[in-house]
Design a protein. Sequence first.
Length: 302
Amino acid sequence: MEQSTGHQHLSIRSEDGRNVAAWFTPTARHDGPRRIMVLVPGFGRRMHHDSAFARYLYSNGFDVLRYDSLDHPGMSDGNIYDFTMSAGLASLRAALGWAARQFPGAPIGVLATSLGAPIALRAAVDFAPLRYLITVSGVVHLQKTLAYVCGTDYAAVPIEQVPPSVKIEGREVDAHRFYLDSHAARWLDQPLMEATLHGLDIPVVSFIGEQDQWVEAADLAAVMRADAAGPRSVTTLSGTGHDIGRHAAMARVLLNRVVQQCLSLSGLEGQALCEPSFASLMESALDERRLQRRQREPAAVS
């Protein structure tokens, strides 16, 4: 079984000087040019939640960069009560910038889940080293998704009718702050979302659960058009909802297919897939949870 050479614990500075805590995990499989994967967390997720993706990727020759978003759970600056989509974008841009500075010329791929997908799309527009974008349960119509999750379409009403806070996935968020950012930065502008994705000239691959209530298949089809500037692919996984990882058998299918796509998009179609054992995945997940509990003060790396 291929292993990594261990996590490097990083503190990356965002454009406004805040700390983005990150793990960089180099692969131990050195059989060609360096290939970087940046993992974009879903809402409320920390680095260890992407343990399985990371293990599969570094077992198959990819260096993996993960981070905790600003204004989120985890080791980065801020509290989730203050979270906005723009804070998520600042976090990803800091991570991408670090990867590009550390490994100039190396191809970089991005894997984004759930609410991380629109953030990754926005970042992809002006990040030249990006070679492809893969989304898992990626949100493509933010206003619809938030209306479903919150039970009310607060984006469609004046701010005076918006409560001070709302709960998303059980976590309380400053609704006014999120509302103002979403409108000012055009996160709710669906025509802009569709035009941005349509004009992106790199491959975009999406995986969605057949029973995903956060993402409507029709909305995904509308943004993943065949006449886009770059290749587009949608894979629907049967019997699963938004959190595909809840279905163990389908989670394994997803992990294998995501890595196969990464290999293919990196020009490595013929490389045999190295699949970690279930025991090694569980060991990694437990080790990383312990590691995050221990690491409270990241070492400064600009």
